[in-house]
Design a protein around this ligand. Structure first.
Ligand SMILES: C[S@@+](CC[C@H](N)C(=O)[O-])C[C@H]1O[C@@H](n2cnc3c(N)ncnc32)[C@H](O)[C@@H]1O
Length: 260
């Protein structure tokens, strides 16, 4: 059962919290917020671990972030230009931090987050986990649906990182389905500069999505990356490279370079 907490108690420092109040190992809901379609998100604390949940599904925790960082690392390493990077979903800010730690001072980073409360939660409570990435002057935070932001953009980004769901088949809200369909994939291709990189986080593989990326013209790799710093569990990063300036932008068959 979850408990609600008096706001003044939240001012306690993180470390002394569990020593003095071990009963708090029970999950405690710190705040909840809803999208317009009614989808409820909650910020939950259990001891020193914080998580963002959507209904019963855990979207992100402060303990597990190796694959969210790998999403950024692998995509940035593949990119040939890093003038402009889009991060879709803020979560607890680990992907954004991994971007900021790897791009030059002149890179423009845009973080698009659908839930205004999530941005507030980062500023008030959980920003320290990823070393307060929202405070970096290279970052501009846009509150809104990343699908709409991508749809409005044309050859605007060198890299697009999407971690808004637990994968193409485990959505945080129903409307995110459009990101993984042909329309969403084509919008991403259009929003990228030639040769740009689209990377999508997923809890597991998805052959249909991989084929759809390939059919749209992306060169697709499916990377299996460690979920934790130590341990064998893996998550998946779809790494999709747009045709370069000299390549035809016509559709071609999916040609995955194999799993890692
Ligand atoms: C799994 S978390 C992201 C975790 C993040 N990579 C990190 O390192 O902490 C998913 C985030 O995407 C946001 N989100 C979900 N759908 C979205 C959408 N359509 N547009 C923008 N943000 C979205 C959620 O509110 C949540 O903050």
């Amino acid at each position: 059962m979850q408990q609600y907490l008096e706001p003044e108690a939240l001012a306690w420092p993180l470390t002394s919290w569990d020593e003095t109040a071990p009963f708090l190992l029970t999950p405690v809901t710190i705040d909840t917020a809803r999208l317009r379609d009614g989808t409820e998100f909650s910020l939950v604390r259990r001891g020193d671990t914080w998580s963002v949940r959507v209904g019963w599904m855990t979207l992100m925790t402060s303990e597990t972030h190796a694959s969210e960082e790998a999403l950024a690392e692998r995509a940035l390493a593949r990119a040939t230009r890093l003038a402009s990077v889009l991060v879709g979903g803020l979560g607890l800010g680990f992907t954004l931090r991994a971007v900021l730690d790897r791009v030059p001072a002149a890179t423009k980073v845009t973080t698009c987050e659908i839930l205004p409360a999530l941005v507030d939660w980062n500023r008030r409570w959980v920003g320290e986990f990823a070393n307060h990435p929202l405070a970096d002057p290279r970052n501009e935070t846009v509150v809104g649906d990343v699908f709409d932001h991508i749809k409005r953009s044309c050859q605007a980004f060198d890299v697009i990182l999407l971690d808004v769901d637990n994968g193409p088949r485990a959505l945080s809200s129903a409307s995110n389905q459009r990101l993984y369909g042909d329309r969403g994939i084509r919008a991403c291709l259009r929003a990228l500069r030639p040769g740009g990189v689209l990377a999508i986080w997923s809890v597991g593989a998805n052959a249909r999505f991989e084929r759809a990326l390939g059919a749209a013209g992306f060169d697709v790799e499916v990377l299996r990356v460690p979920a934790f710093r130590h341990g064998r569990k893996k998550h998946v990063v779809f790494l999709a490279t747009a045709p370069g300036p000299d390549e035809s932008s016509g559709s071609r068959a999916a040609s995955p370079r194999g799993q890692e």
